[in-house]
Every structure is written in C-alpha cells, then in structure tokens.
Design a protein around this ligand. Structure first.
Ligand SMILES: NC(=O)C1=CN([C@@H]2O[C@H](COP(=O)(O)OP(=O)(O)OC[C@H]3O[C@@H](n4cnc5c(N)ncnc54)[C@H](OP(=O)(O)O)[C@@H]3O)[C@@H](O)[C@H]2O)C=CC1
Ligand SMILES: [Mg+2]
Length: 352
C-alpha cells in the first residue's frame, strides 16, 4: 500500500512538473514577445490571427457552436491586398496568447479606424463572404464558444477596445504609439507609458444559511437571475465593496465572506470579476430592493436553485405568460459561484 502510494505520488509529481514546465515555457515566451518588438514581429511571421470588425469577432458556425477561425500572416496580407489595404495595418494587431508549440496568436480589428489606413473600415459584408464567416457581437456568441476561444476572444476584445480608446496621451494630447505586442502605449513627446486597464467588480452570492439571494436587472434576459454584482469604487477593498453593494442593492448587512474565484469579463469594457460567498446577520434577512439598480431580488431554496442549475434552454415564455427561473450559463463566474453554494449545501445536509 505504502509502495503504491509512493509510486502514485511520484507519478503525480512528475506529471505536475511536466505541466508546469510547459506553462513556464509558454509564459516566458509571451513575456519576451511583450518586451521585445523585434521578437514579436518575428512571431507574427509564423503566428495566427483572429479577426474582428468593430469589436465583433469573426466566427463560423458548426453544429450549435461557434468556432473562431485563425488566419496566417500570408492569408491576412492576401486579404488586405484584395480589399486595397496596406499590409501596414497588421501593426494594429495585439498579442493575445500562444499555443504549447509557441505559435503566437494575435487579434486584429479590420473595422475600427486604423492609424495606417486611408480607407479605414473594411466593408463588412464583402469580408464576411470572403472569409466564409460572420462578425458576431461577442455578447451574443460568448456562451456558444468553447472555453478556450471564449477566453481568447474576451481578452482580444478588451485589448482592442482599450487601444481604440487610448490613441492619444491625456497629458500632451499627442498620438500615443503601441508596442508591437500591444501590451502598452507610449507618448513619444513625454514618454508616459499607458498600460491596458480593467475595472475590478465584485460578484457576491449572499446566503442566510439555508437560502441564497438572487436578483435581476431589467436588462437581463427574461427569467434569468444572478448573484449581486458591482464595480469597486476608488479606495475600496474587495471586502468594503461587497459590504457596500449588498447594502446598496438589497438593504442587508454582510456578516462574513469567503473568496471563491475570479474571471476576466469583457463587458462593459473589461472587468476583473471577483466572486465571493457572503452570509448575512441571522434574523436580518428582509430584502429592500433598490429599484434604481435592480428589477427584483428574492431568497431561493437549495432545491429551487439546484433544479434551475439543471434546466436547459431555450427559456421560452410559458403558457401562463411567465418565464422559467434560470441561471447564467457555465462560462459565467456567477454560475460557478451558485453551483459551489448548491454543492456545499448538499454536503452539509448529508448525515455525518
Ligand atoms: N460574469 C458574470 O457572471 C457576471 C458579470 N456581471 C458583470 O458585472 C458588472 C457589474 O455589475 P452591475 O450590477 O452592472 O454593477 P453596479 O451595481 O456597480 O452598477 C452598474 C452602474 O455602476 C456605474 N459604474 C461605476 N463604475 C463603473 C465602471 N468602471 N464601468 C461601468 N459602469 C460603472 C454605472 O453607472 P452609470 O451608467 O450611471 O454611469 C453602471 O450603470 C456588469 O458589467 C456585468 O456585466 C454581472 C453579473 C454576472
Ligand atoms: Mg449591481
């Protein structure tokens, strides 16, 4: 038994080591590309490009899923040539990752005004025909992508949006220049460096011990409820934001909280979602919904939430005119937070 465990542990260690080694190699490679413009330009020669138009990614449909095609530099140059564009436009691309074999992946938006192009925005329908795909709003496509493409396209969109919005130095008013990877922009007149930013957002699943609190904003799809979310204010810690948001939105006071996980979220313009579980003071569970922020909020039992987690779309209107109660899909961190709460409740209700 001891020997078996020893071998198993060593195997596990060896496996972890191999994983870590690939990860470290990839990370160091990406670091080099961000730091060294020449290395990054070289990586474009053998790299692959994800294409966007007005921040909407190019997607192809395959059996209820979207696929994000990649194009080589040669294909991209041919495409730009066909549409009368200068290959210099490729300088607008941003590095978003790489494969385990160190094929660098870039994203390029052909629909935003380019610093290099006279005919700025390429004609969308013609390009869609040429590329055998469609430029689809990321919000509509995100949940029909596999996890890797969803993550890459979210990063790409947030980074492309940031570059588009930071073309000028806020101090000198002069045009800023991006490095080849797109990990920063510099103002040539005063050397101020601008780095891409994201807004920290907390997302909190409040529980009173047996029930959890879910809410709706009027902008949510009909029937969908989620955990409470809110942007961090300047000067706040994550704990302070959670306490404030819960008080502001549902009029309750948080007693304790526990970190769960985090996720990059591309909406509205690149957020870091920090997910936590929270409990409220016993006996103080009366909800007072802030109607400026939420449409409604309510306590839900373990069984109601567990059933909703298993429910599959489409969530169409029922005969009585209402919509079924459903929860955000797997890719959203709120789903993970709610699922974790259900699992914890299930475990704690099992006999010891
Ligand atoms: N991934 C997931 O599972 C989930 C993600 N979310 C995301 O969490 C985010 C925050 O949730 P929400 O409840 O809307 O937040 P808040 O409760 O903080 O309310 C949103 C309002 O805050 C103001 N605001 C303050 N700072 C910012 C900022 N940096 N960027 C944009 N608006 C700001 C805006 O007001 P004004 O318009 O008046 O200026 C906005 O309408 C949303 O972007 C949402 O997409 C939410 C739930 C689940
Ligand atoms: Mg909110």
């Amino acid at each position: 038994m001891f020997l078996y465990c020893g071998i198993a542990c060593r195997r596990k260690f060896f496996w972890c080591y191999r994983l870590l080694s690939t990860y470290v190699t990839k990370t160091r490679y990406l670091f080099e590309l961000k730091e060294d413009d020449d290395a990054c330009k070289k990586a474009q020669q053998t790299g692959a490009f994800y294409l966007f138009h007005g921040l909407a990614p190019l997607l192809q449909t395959s059996a209820h899923q979207y696929l994000a095609p990649r194009h080589s530099l040669l294909e991209l140059e041919r495409l730009l040539g066909k549409f009368g564009q200068d290959a210099q436009r490729i300088e607008d691309s941003v590095l978003i990752g790489c494969s385990e074999q160190q094929e660098a992946w870039f994203a390029l938006d052909l629909g935003l005004d380019s610093s290099f192009s006279i005919r700025a925005s390429l004609h969308k329908p013609e390009m869609e025909t040429e590329l055998k795909g469609s430029f689809i709003e990321l919000r509509k496509a995100l949940f029909q992508l596999n996890a890797r493409d969803a993550s890459l396209l979210s990063t790409a969109q947030a980074l492309l949006r940031w570059h588009d919005a930071h073309q000028f130095c806020s101090r000198s008013g002069q045009p800023t220049k991006k490095n080849v990877a797109g990990s920063k922009r510099v103002c040539p007149s005063n050397n101020i460096i601008y780095y891409p930013q994201m807004a920290p957002v907390v997302i909190t699943l409040v529980s009173d011990g047996t029930r959890c609190l879910l809410a709706r904003q009027s902008s949510f799809p009909k029937g969908m409820y989620s955990a409470l979310a809110g942007f961090c204010d300047i000067g706040e810690s994550v704990e302070e934001t959670i306490r404030r948001e819960v008080a502001e939105e549902v009029g309750l006071e948080v007693e304790s909280l526990q970190y769960c996980a985090s996720q990059h979220w591309p909406f509205p313009s690149g957020s870091l979602m920090i997910a936590c579980h929270a409990t409220v003071k016993p006996g103080q569970t009366e909800i007072q919904v802030n109607l400026r922020e939420l449409e409604t909020a309510a306590w839900f039992s373990h069984d109601e939430v567990a059933t909703a987690l298993k429910r599959k779309g489409p969530y169409t209107q029922q005969q009585n005119g209402t919509f079924p109660f459903w929860l955000p899909p797997k890719l959203a961190i709120s789903h993970q937070l709610i699922k974790e709460w259900v699992e914890k409740q299930t475990c704690s209700s099992l006999p010891a």
